[in-house]
Design a binder for this molecule. Structure first.
Ligand code: PLP
Length: 436
């Protein structure tokens, strides 16, 4: 099942409730397996999601029927593979409110953010000619990020600052587990050139007021970079409407395969930005001395491309679209509330981030008094429950919360309220198990 005309619909579409989600679970072969003889309750989508058969079939069908390198060769397979690859780009672009040529394929969101960071430092080193000069950074310029970032949206900016002499500043976490927007008014100022921030925190589940930060950045003519890794899979997101300049997201967090992500960039910005990786498939003319580059997005896509992953990711997007992102968001908000309220009600367990009842995505992180998160995770695993433990690639955020690690449960369209309740029931028994 490879394209919009042949792909089978999800087992349930429209508004989600427990009955509909129980139907959807049938689409995910892995959810049929057991762990230690118990039904698997998968609550680690924040790290990576599971794949429905529609996605697995699309990737398999591609390899069985159309596998070829794209954008070269005149044979039929190459033409069909190229069509599938570019159709997939159109599908992903439509899903996030972008023009097709505003979507650059990358390996994942991490690579997308690094691509941007390196392209900006190439501009700072004088590459890209006069058009790229507006991206040049140097001493006196400031890059702003936040204290709640995943390392993928922090370290590339630290490195860009180190390469260019710019200064890195950050918006701190507020008391309420949200960003301190008052502080942002001070941190973002005339020297700010870039503001990079997450849409949904992968630890706290809090949702950033994008409009507010974009307005602040625009007031100072700074570029905005949105880490949309935890928002695009879960909420209706339209980058053009949000008004961000760049955004990064990954296929594997939204029912797609690993190995593919995307950088969104406004068309005129991608046009003027110098490339990061160079080599085959991204040039128009090469001499022994120099090269001319293709128009974006190809300018940023050097080397043989990840075609099967693009095709399968598009199948994942069609799957989500068939359910409807409003329905996905509504179901996850209800699971998020149930998780937060349930966690907050357990004695000796601290809910991190916004308090229960406040807006959040379908994930919670928590710490259990006197029990290390790894022990929490291992105990839950013996009950068939898969959660994430550790610092979730957000060490500064954990430091700000006064802890080194936490336990995270993150839900998706294939989780029922029963999954959440099983997690809560066993979480409530953790301290007792350890004699506390
Ligand atoms: N940003 C956020 C908020 C994330 O949750 C993640 C993954 O956990 C990333 C960035 C990095 O995504 P990837 O590992 O797919 O590059």
């Amino acid at each position: 099942m490879s394209d919009a005309t042949t792909q089978t619909l999800p087992s349930a579409t429209g508004p989600l409730d427990d009955a509909a989600v129980a139907q959807l679970k049938h689409d995910f072969p892995i959810l049929n397996r057991t762990v230690d003889g118990q039904r698997l309750v998968y609550l680690d989508t924040g790290a990576t999601s599971q794949n429905p058969t529609q996605v697995l079939d699309a990737e398999r069908e591609y390899y069985e029927r159309r596998n070829s390198a794209v954008h070269r060769g005149a044979h039929s397979l190459a033409v069909e593979a190229t069509d599938a690859f570019e159709d997939a780009r159109e599908t992903i672009a439509g899903f996030v409110g972008a023009q097709t040529e505003e979507i650059v394929w990358t390996s994942n969101a991490t690579e997308a953010l690094n691509l941007l960071s390196y392209s900006l430092s190439n501009a700072s080193a004088g590459l890209g000619g006069a058009e790229a000069a507006r991206f040049a950074l140097g001493p006196g310029d400031e890059i702003v990020t936040t204290e709640m970032e995943h390392h993928a949206n922090l370290i590339p900016w630290q490195q860009l600052a180190a390469r260019t002499g710019a200064t890195l500043r950050y918006v701190p976490l507020g008391e309420d587990g949200l960003l301190d927007y008052e502080a942002a008014e001070d941190v973002i100022g005339p020297a700010t050139r870039i503001v990079a921030f997450t849409h949904v925190s992968n630890v706290l589940g809090s949702i950033t007021d994008v409009d507010r930060l974009v307005a602040l950045a625009r007031r100072h003519d700074a570029l905005t970079v949105l880490d949309a890794c935890q928002s695009v899979p879960h909420l209706p997101v339209n980058f053009a409407r949000l008004g961000v300049d760049f955004a990064a997201f990954s296929g594997h967090k939204m029912l797609g395969p690993t190995g593919i992500g995307a950088l969104y960039g406004r068309r005129e910005l991608l046009r003027d930005l110098p490339p990061f990786l160079t080599g085959g498939s991204m040039i128009t003319r090469v001499t022994m001395e120099e090269a001319e580059f293709m128009e974006p997005p190809m300018k940023f896509e050097a080397g043989t491309q990840r075609v099967s992953q693009a095709v399968a990711w598009a199948a994942a997007v069609r799957y989500l679209e068939a359910i409807g992102m409003d329905h996905v968001a509504a179901w996850e908000a209800s699971l998020g509330h149930r998780l937060a309220e349930g966690v907050a009600a357990i004695e000796g367990v601290r809910l991190l981030g916004p308090e229960a009842g406040r807006e959040r995505a379908g994930l919670v992180s928590l710490s259990v008094d006197g029990v290390h998160p790894h022990d929490v995770g291992q105990l839950l695993d013996t009950r068939g429950i898969a959660v994430r433990v550790g610092h979730h690639c957000a060490q500064p955020l954990h430091r700000a919360l006064g802890i080194t690690a936490s336990t995270r449960a993150s839900a998706y369209i294939y989780n029922t309220t029963d999954d959440v309740d099983r997690f809560l029931e066993h979480l409530a028994g953790v301290r007792g198990f350890f004699g506390l």
